[in-house]
Design a protein around this ligand. Sequence first.
Ligand SMILES: C[S@@+](CC[C@H](N)C(=O)[O-])C[C@H]1O[C@@H](n2cnc3c(N)ncnc32)[C@H](O)[C@@H]1O
Length: 250
Amino acid sequence: MNAHEMETLALWRAASPGAVLLDGFHAVKHALRFGAEIRVVLTTDRAAVRALADELAADVGGYIEETAREVSVPFLRELIPRGGPTGVVALARRPEAGPSCEPARTAPIVLLENPRNLGNVGAVVRLAAGFGVAAVLTTGDLDPWHPNVVRGSAGLHFATGVARVDPDALPTGPLFVLDPEGVDLRATEIPDDAILAFGTERHGVSAALRGRADRRVAIPMRPRVSSYNLATSVGMTLFRWSETSANAPT
Ligand SMILES: C[S@@+](CC[C@H](N)C(=O)[O-])C[C@H]1O[C@@H](n2cnc3c(N)ncnc32)[C@H](O)[C@@H]1O
């Protein structure tokens, strides 16, 4: 290892405690756009970063290009063995405070009950960011800031609130539980202060959460199809909210 790489490794290690790994140009771009505090950026190819910046991120691409430390492909592979193809990684400070979840919020909260699939949770965070959702809350032992969840969200964790919560201490607001046995989503108006709850991938919504529902809502399906994918269900539900809310993105 040469002196530049030793210095880079020391910087990376110093920046790691309490940090979120951003893997890929797009993750770094999104995180920067939504106010992440970036501690260190590495790239294997500054010219490629410049091309991506020119093409896709005139607003923050220059910052990425200027601050990135250039390292070799083997060095980066050693540091992040399963890193993405753009050869850009960064560490950002993980927010210490959870989302505020004010009762008078202008967009729903998405609640995932004990999700198991990291990619699903990342996809939900990405949807939540796109629709301007107040927060994505999870129950259970999965860390919603796990690097593979952040990879799935393309760095959009910084565009919404993301936190794990105690199922017995949910924010206030009408609880809409998504459940194939509920009433048709197309006939349901979703208020801005709703908590939209989705069950775990394998077993669906728990009896406890179902019992607390103010409304149970179903997404239409043909007979013999038992359910939709979790993230897909969140997407359709948020789309339905966006159809009637003045606060949804246009
Ligand atoms: C993969 S599904 C769970 C499937 C599980 N085997 C079950 O029987 O519910 C994950 C979650 O997505 C939501 N979901 C999936 N399909 C749905 C539908 N047609 N209507 C309402 N919610 C649905 C529910 O919240 C469900 O708990």
